[in-house]
Design a protein around this ligand. Structure first.
Ligand code: ADP
Ligand code: MG
Length: 713
């Protein structure tokens, strides 16, 4: 029982040689995409006719011609082997929140006792990984537990490198024998299809007659923490739960705001450079890197891409962050709240819809485009207002519960930030008061009777969960460890429904009256749904009161937040758009609930063990020490120091007693299996332990302290 692990960690870190990771100095343009079977690799590797058919599938979403599968497989195999791959895997995203892979060697024995390298069209297109241990929420009975993976040709195959080998990864969807989705990708692809269809319908009303395919775009900003591996290994809570269950906040944390956008330390920069190099090889357009608000917190943002690809890429970003950290003796923490009292990590989902060259959420330069912009904007406002409960579902989770509503992350109430100028425009439309003259940098928007739109109407607001940021919406509530698929599935589906509902009316308008009727429709939508718009500070208690007055749902914990998945209106909506069947939706509810309960239980059990086996003995040691001091003072027959030592002993004794009582309460809560009770008991236990940390001799404290983990690296 001592501080030896902490001191050993600090001296290990201090003695690490500088410049351990020399830069490779390879220009990004030379390595970009080299480990991806991208359009160029396809063109080089495939006969022209096969290439054309494959491109039609990849770029225009046409069904894959099964006749070309063998040719494509051969080309991919040759390409992968030339890049050093010995194995292949169907890479998929089960409902565990991570990614999954099961490797097979290309190698197969032939009849003569030698071996050949083989990979057929069938190997490419379907896999039967069995994979019966993944969560299915009751969709698979064990006797027919087999799961299937199916090639997603719209996300290119890539190569993943290990220390002494490489594996060809084929992005796939994962479903049950019955075709029911068991993964993140399947509903994502379905929701993209649903929104595409609605957008085509809307654009038809605005005179666009086909040929172009909508593209939904996503740019996910990823926040993360880095701490030294030696500290991590001395914290069982980080190892087992991803967050610290104990730990007193240090005197200095983020209040000086000296970390945010600060100069990046050389060791971290070396890490970031290597991460970028790995990502660029995978064709992932990592663009921005910086220090975040909390000490030891950082952010990586890529350029936005087509949604399905961006979701796959973000899964890879998280993996590359973790693995590269390991090579640098660091650990990347993707948990939403690894350190209590200090900013947590989110994932900002920047989302928009493009049609041909136009971004539908860009207030454009000509009147026609601005009418399209306002219609799309109103469709999103309507969707978020009507279905904010489902957006909240998409941000739920044991980790994110500690972040949403804490004073640095958006609240659990979903509202939209539009910015003052755009809100002004919306209000004008609602009132029917319209400015018609054109001046300065105002622009006309479509219809004579609609007001002018200011250019660059992007003010900044960091407290909104769902902010319009100039030419896209930024959904900031999702957690740093979440897949972007969940939030995107919801957003796509509810916006598709909204666009359809508006099209039902738009399509009835008479050509000569279109402008006036459009304005009336926008006005109606705004009046009905403007309660969801809030431009103020989302962190205040007043907003929560105001939100209640507006009847916006506020569901702070996962247990409540996921319940809307069982509401008939939501089941019907996701079923109608073919995104999730009623069974799939219910199974997902079961899976989320079970995952939440399991995570909370693990935290409770670990906290109990740590309190009893690591902290309580320290308290006793401290009492013994003080008892020795008291006896010594008494033996010397003096008074000085006696009272203070006795008081200190009493204080520690009280905290030790409290810890025993709190531990018993936690034990009871665990026995009852009630997550709310477990979390409350854990908080109670933590309070006493954190107090103890501040009183016990530093040389007795075994767990690395916040001031060490967050500042020494
Ligand atoms: P911030 O000020 O929040 O950092 P940025 O303009 O730097 O905002 O962009 C953040 C993210 O938004 C980037 O990943 C960027 O590629 C993405 N983004 C920009 N335009 C779009 C768009 N039209 N659709 C989706 N994402 C976009
Ligand atoms: Mg942002």
């Amino acid at each position: 029982m001592s501080n030896a692990p902490r001191m050993a960690a600090i001296s290990t870190i201090a003695s690490r040689p500088a410049g351990e990771y020399p830069p490779t100095n390879v220009p990004g343009t030379e390595i970009y995409g080299e480990d991806v079977f991208n359009v160029n690799s396809m063109r080089d590797a495939l006969p022209k006719s096969v290439y054309k058919k494959l491109i039609a599938t990849v770029q225009s979403g046409e069904p894959l011609d099964p006749a070309i599968a063998d040719d494509v497989a051969t080309a991919i195999r040759q390409w992968a082997i030339s890049r050093g791959a010995s194995h292949y895997t169907h890479w998929f995203q089960p409902l565990t929140g991570g990614t999954a892979e099961k490797h097979d060697a290309f190698l197969e024995p032939d009849r003569n006792g030698d071996a050949i390298l083989n990979f057929s069209g069938k190997n490419l297109i379907v896999g039967e990984p069995d994979a019966s241990s993944f969560p299915s929420g009751g969709l698979r009975a064990t006797f027919e537990a087999r799961g299937y993976t199916a090639w997603d040709p719209t996300s290119p195959a890539f190569i993943k490198r290990g220390l002494n080998g490489a594996t060809l990864c084929i992005p796939t969807a994962f479903c049950a024998y019955t075709g029911q989705a068991l993964d993140q990708k399947t509903p994502l692809l379905r929701s993209i299809q649903a929104l595409d269809k609605a957008v085509v319908r809307m654009m038809h009303v605005f005179g666009e007659n086909g040929g172009k395919k909508p593209v939904i775009t996503l740019g996910p900003e990823q926040e993360y923490f880095l701490i030294d591996k030696t500290f991590y290994l001395a914290r069982p809570d980080l190892v087992q739960t991803g967050r610290t269950l104990f730990g007193a906040p240090p005197p200095k944390h983020q209040q000086l705001e000296d970390h945010y956008f600060g100069a990046i330390r050389p060791r971290i920069l070396a890490f970031m450079s290597e991460v970028e190099e790995e990502l660029w090889k995978l064709g992932i357009p990592a663009k921005t890197r910086h220090n975040e608000v909390a000490p030891a917190q950082f952010e990586l943002a890529p350029m936005f891409e087509e949604l399905n690809l961006a979701v796959d890429h973000n899964m890879l970003v998280m993996e590359v962050l973790r693995q590269t950290a390991e090579r640098h003796s660091l650990v990347c923490l993707l948990h939403e709240k690894p350190f209590a009292g200090i900013n947590g990590s989110g994932k900002h989902n920047n989302w928009s819809i493009a049609y041909g060259d136009i971004n539908l959420l860009n207030p454009g330069t000509d009147p026609h485009q601005n009418a399209i912009f306002l219609t799309t904007l109103c469709a999103v406002i309507r969707a978020v207002d009507m279905h904010s409960d489902m957006l909240r579902v998409a941000t739920a989770g044991a980790g994110n519960d500690h972040r949403l509503g804490a004073n640095e992350a958006p609240p659990a109430v979903i509202s939209i930030f539009l910015g003052e100028q755009l809100t002004d425009v919306i209000e004008q439309i609602e009132k029917g008061e319209v400015k018609s003259s054109r001046h300065g940098d105002m622009m006309r928007i479509g219809v004579d009777t609609l007001p002018l739109l200011p250019r660059d109407a992007t003010d900044r607001n960091r407290t909104s969960p769902f902010a319009f940021t100039g030419n896209k919406f930024e959904f900031r509530a999702p957690g740093s460890s979440h897949s972007c698929a969940g939030p995107s599935v919801v957003l796509n589906t509810i916006v598709a429904e909204s666009i359809d509902a508006m099209c039902d009316e738009l399509e009835k308008f008479e050509a000569q009256d279109f402008n006036a009727q459009l304005q009336a429709l926008l006005r109606k939508v705004i009046s009905a749904h403007k309660r969801v718009i809030f431009n103020g500070d989302g962190y205040t208690a007043e907003w929560l009161k105001e939100a209640e007055r507006r009847k916006l749902p506020n569901l702070p914990t996962t247990l409540d937040a996921i319940k809307p998945m069982l509401d008939q209106k939501n089941i019907d909506l996701f079923n109608k758009y073919g995104v999730l069947s009623p069974d799939e939706m219910k199974s997902r509810y079961e899976i989320f609930l079970e995952e939440y309960e399991r995570k909370v239980r693990i935290e409770g059990e670990l906290a109990l063990t740590m309190a009893r086996t690591m902290i309580y003995p320290v308290a006793n040691r401290q009492i013994n020490r003080l008892a020795g001091t008291v006896a010594g003072i008494k033996a010397a027959g003096i008074k000085a120091g006696l009272e203070s030592s006795i008081l200190a002993m009493e204080k520690i004794g009280e905290l030790a007693d409290r810890m025993c009582a709190d531990s018993r309460a936690l034990e009871t809560a665990l026995a009852e299996s009630r997550p709310e009770k477990i979390l409350a008991a854990l908080r109670q236990l933590r309070e006493g332990v954190d107090h103890l940390e501040k009183l016990v001799d530093d040389e007795l404290w075994p767990l690395p302290k916040y001031r060490e983990m967050l500042f020494i690296y």
